[in-house]
Design a protein around this ligand. Structure first.
Ligand code: PGA
Length: 247
């Protein structure tokens, strides 16, 4: 399996930030892992143009479940694909919180993404209160069951485990906690989609940095990372790409 370093710029970046893309592609012309950046929708086409002929792939951060229609302000998976994206994040915890997205909505978005030829990066993760209550596996098991399309394959699905309390906080679960969750996810995914599950990339996300990447990538069933803050600078994201390439 080819591992995946995915970056999520969230609501950050204007055209000036594309200089980071040039620096990243120059420093990592042929990484031993897949390398993906998901900029704001306004930059997808420009970043895809800048990445042409390089190892970098470009993705969206969200898509609508419908291909077109009267949905002011929304963007369809088809539009992202048309702009040069090869993947899209769906169900990020910030969308689940800010826009009250449900598992059913995330499922519909993931299906739309796959139908448009995009890889659906489905995000799941527990809150701190849920972890403290001992409900982590229960919560992510429910999210996985409700958000992952049953027809997914290793080529069309990536699952990102992102504990909500680890996002942007500098805090991460212990290595043993990450290992427990990822082994659980592989088993649940196998029960849901069968043998294809063995090839689905399971990403860890939440405060991944160059300094902690190597130990996280050594965990069984961690097949890459979804990186927020540290994906904004080429040097930081490049450090994570290098750690994953060496893993
Ligand atoms: P972070 O964000 O790396 O800044 O913690 C991760 C994410 O939200 O995908």
């Amino acid at each position: 399996m080819r591992k995946l370093a995915a970056g999520n710029w969230k609501m950050n970046g204007t055209a000036a930030a594309l200089s980071e893309v040039a620096a990243l592609c120059t420093a990592h012309p042929a990484p031993a892992c897949d390398m993906l950046l998901c900029p704001p929708a306004t930059l997808v086409a420009q970043m895809a143009a800048a990445a042409k002929g390089t190892a970098l792939q470009v993705g969206g951060q969200d898509c609508h479940a419908k291909a077109s229609g009267a949905h002011t302000g929304d963007i369809s998976a088809l539009m992202l694909q048309d702009a040069g994206a090869t993947a899209v994040i769906v169900g990020h915890s910030e969308r689940r919180t800010d826009h009250a997205e449900t598992d059913a909505q995330v499922l519909a978005k993931a299906e739309a993404a796959q139908a448009a030829g995009l890889v659906a990066i489905v995000c799941i993760g527990e809150t701190e209160a849920e972890r403290d209550a001992g409900r982590t596996l229960d919560v992510i098991g429910t999210q996985l069951a409700g958000s992952v399309p049953a027809a997914s394959t290793a080529a069309t699905l990536v699952v990102a485990y992102e504990p909500v309390w680890a996002i942007g906080t500098g805090r991460t679960p212990t290595i043993a906690e990450i290992a427990d969750v990822h082994a659980f996810l592989r088993a649940r995914l196998t029960a849901k989609i069968g043998a294809e599950a063995a090839g689905v990339r399971l990403l860890y996300g939440g405060s991944v940095k160059p300094s902690n990447a190597a130990e996280i990538f050594a965990v069984p069933h961690v097949d890459g990372a979804l990186v927020g803050g540290a994906s904004l600078k080429a040097a930081d994201f490049g450090g994570i790409v290098a750690a994953l390439s060496a893993a």
